[in-house]
Design a protein around this ligand. Structure first.
Ligand SMILES: OC[C@H]1O[C@](O)(CO)[C@@H](O)[C@@H]1O
Length: 344
């Protein structure tokens, strides 16, 4: 329902909320870690139930949306009244008719998972898989999990964990906020390129410094330690205005209605699966690759930046109904989707 001119900004609210949640969790952990005895971790763990509790109680007071009233075919008049209430105006006829039409269309859709396998949807299927995968192999969660140890290793001592939460939290959230203002004007591809280059340079440089400086004693000079801190901040900034929000936004806007539910499910499943795999493997990877870990993820960012440059069309400001055109006009995808146009 978001107007196409603001679709990017509104969608980025999702990643922004994740970022605010991460800051809140980090600060709670920092505070509870100071509690003596073994009460700290219990408080920290149980605080995770607070947002869930608010949502659960809130659900009891949540009114039906106009959409769900139309969907359940209960009462169109009630749906219209609800739409008027939500919008705060009485003239909602046009939007109401759109909703009824969209509902009829979505009811007519059968087998979205079978549809998405058709050749004409190949670009969308590829994007549904690779974009969330790429978001995770930027290595963001490795930096997030490993940052406290990294900062301690290079000599930041006790303040390391607060420092890392400030870095991954405040820098990240502010840059996601900036992304909200840039995404519909400047475009998705530009942000992907800038963030990608930032992450490549910073990861390669941190890897280089770690390889050259961290010996058996695990100490680096102050100058190098501060350089690593600044480099990690630039890396987090790069992620937070590119792959962080856009890794959710782009898959959400490229699927036509016929495959939207399947496409979104695949994208979210690939994201969580990739997050799980990276989280489960990065400790072993750090033990074996050491500073090579930074080159490994940096290498992925090179691949994904080239991929976006060559294979992802710009999607800013385009109404969702016209999105199918971008593949027909694209130098590569047109060969895949056009050959099969008679099969639409
Ligand atoms: O939402 C996508 C990703 O962004 C982060 O929240 C970091 O800002 C990650 O923890 C998550 O995997």
């Amino acid at each position: 329902m978001a107007p196409s001119r603001y679709r990017g900004a509104i969608n980025i609210g999702f990643q922004l909320s994740i970022g605010i949640g991460v800051i809140a969790a980090n600060l709670i952990n920092y505070g509870t870690a100071k509690i003596k005895g073994n009460l700290g971790w219990r408080i920290s763990l149980s605080m995770a139930a607070v947002p869930a509790l608010i949502l659960t109680i809130g659900a009891f007071f949540l009114p039906e949306t106009p959409n769900s009233l139309i969907q359940s075919d209960k009462n169109h008049q009630k749906a219209k009244l609800m739409l008027q209430k939500v919008r705060g105006v009485t003239d909602v006829q046009e939007e109401f008719e759109d909703l009824v039409k969209a509902n009829a269309t979505s009811k007519a859709i059968k087998d979205p998972f079978k549809n998405i396998l058709k050749r004409k949807y190949r670009p969308q299927l590829v994007m549904a898989i690779v974009i969330p995968f790429f978001q995770q192999v930027t290595g963001i969660n490795v930096i997030g999990f490993y940052a406290p140890i990294l900062f301690r290793t290079i000599g930041f001592g006790g303040s390391a964990s607060l420092l890392s939460s400030v870095i991954t939290g405040l820098v990240g959230t502010s840059c996601t906020f900036i992304s909200m203002f840039m995404v519909d004007g400047f475009g998705r591809k530009g942000l992907f390129m800038i963030g990608g280059v930032q992450m490549i340079i910073t990861q390669m440089t941190v890897g280089g410094i770690m390889a050259a400086q961290v010996g058996d004693q695990n100490v680096v000079s102050d100058g190098y330690a501060y350089s690593i801190l600044v480099l990690i901040m630039i890396y987090v900034a790069g992620f937070s205005w590119s792959w962080g929000p856009l890794g959710w936004l782009v898959p959400s806007e490229i699927f036509p209605l016929e495959i939207r539910s399947a496409g979104q499910s695949i994208a979210v499943a690939v994201n969580f699966l990739s997050t799980f795999i990276v989280a489960q493997t990065f400790l072993t990877m750090l033990c074996h690759f050491k500073s090579g870990t930074f080159f490994f993820f940096g290498g992925w960012v090179v691949i994904m930046t080239v991929f976006v440059y060559l294979l992802l069309p710009e999607t800013k400001n385009l109404p969702m109904e016209q999105m199918y055109q971008i593949w027909r006009e694209h130098w590569f995808w047109k060969k895949i989707v056009r050959e099969n146009e008679e099969n639409i």
